[in-house]
Design a binder for this molecule. Sequence first.
Ligand code: ARG
Length: 589
Amino acid sequence: MASLTEKLTILLSEAFSVSGYDPGYGVVEVSNRPDLCQFQCNGALSAAKRYGTSPRQIAERVVAATGSKDIFLEMALAGPGFINLTLSDRYLSQHLDAVSGDSRLGCDPAATLLRIIVDYGGPNVAKPLHVGHLRAAIIGESLKRVCGFLGHVVWGDVHLGDWGLQMGLNIVELKRRRPDLPYFDERFSGPYPDTSPVTIADLEEMYPAVSERSKTDPETMDAARQATADLQNGRPGYRALWRHFHDVSVTDLNAHYATLNIHFDLWLGESDTQDRIPVLIERLKKEGHAYESEGALVVDVATPEDTRPIPPLMLVKSDGAVLYGTTDLATIDQRVRDYSPDLVLYVVDNRQSDHFHQVFTAAYKTGVAPHHTVLEHDGFGTMNGRDGKPFKTREGGVMKLKDLIRMVTDAAMERIAEIESVRGYSEAEKAEIALRVGVSALKYADLMNHRTKNYIFDLERFLSFEGRTGPYLLYTTVRIKSILRRAAERNMTPGPFLPPSGDLERELSLCLSEFPDTVRLSFETRAPNHLCDLAFRLATIYNRFYHEHHILNEENVNQRDSWLSLSRLTLNVLEKTLDLLGIETPERM
Ligand code: ARG
């Protein structure tokens, strides 16, 4: 079904057309002056330029030509030629009735369905996650859900960083500690052991140690580079060891992401391109795209439109190892072949924008990506500490995801312990509520800012049950659930929507009807913050409405049942909006 703004746009477009103007001018939007009207159409102003008439004259004709006048309480001309629209209460309640009977809450699938890959998360095997990875996972998960809800065919790919120098560093480190292992014996003819020689705890301890050492010890660095190249060139012991590092990390990552309600459809990574890389490189050489420069193989990606010098994309280093850009280019090649995507969204830190610029330019230039496949970097800012620098632990190190989750859920547990009703719940339920409250705090605080902005990590504020926070929204859903539960216990059932009984209810109805437009806006701008804003407004208006009316004690039964329907619809829209943000709500609190 069409949203309110779409229905009104259709109506006004017809009126423009009947009056002899291009129907494209009939776009209706939610009013930015809610004190004056609910919706507005500003098309007459732009039409005036094209038709050389005064905007007011056009607007007058359009208003006169608009049929179905009983839809409007008021249709007024304002200023130089704005058309201000206010709906009749009856029309509004009929619309809500239809929305509440629609399983998609009034939001139709997109008119053109696309095949979309969302590349997000991007953790590196055997290397700790940093807060940039957290943001990628949170924002990417939400964008993937929005794409899916609009009916697009979408795959979320974690794109593991599993083919770079960190693998070589870990190989070198393990060799130093356990030189006896068969992986390092070149004469060993297998089979290699099935169980991993390292645990995730080992890897987490090994990597920082060897990485630190390699900075001052050129021998370690050279050995790591050599091991990386050997691994990539197929040395069997290193491949077997790599597989263990990979599997141990993936098991661990999967568990942490699941805790955060983040789920990938594809667990592919840089290493999955290893078979395609030689073929790709051969082709690029043969076709003259790739050439040798100072021992390395590169592709020029500078174009006449560049406003600053863009260096060539390096494909193979002089030691034979491939790079981040090489695997990204080969991944595009693979995705095009296996998924024929119309759109690939790369949800990665802003600081990698030059990298993606180079890779995308190379992909189009060499024909790796067809021109109708849109490759798009949707960058984001950093989560900072109070000092304004990227968030770190108290000791100044990178915060591990595991520790961050624990810190947030512990703090959430303290918060919910203050709630009277929660005290009597089982420990398991308390833990579940604390997890949901904590995750909502983290995700909402991240998503409410436009993704390109930096923000400051402030757990105290994120976890507050008041203001623009995840916990406030969860609390509101729980409140509505409780009302509906108590109503059901007393055999009260939601009934037909009556026209709004007052301003607050009208405001709530209009806000509910914005859901489809907000979903589409979030998709079009790849920006879930619009959904955060809608959820907050819905919750605030509902809470005011709740305080103004004693729903369950209302004596007029039709009124009461209409309010129950309104409450149920608010809950459904709020929960769906939160679900699109990747936030789960508890049943009670
Ligand atoms: N592993 C990368 C990093 O840690 C992020 C990967 C992002 N995706 C991509 N296709 N390059 O920075």
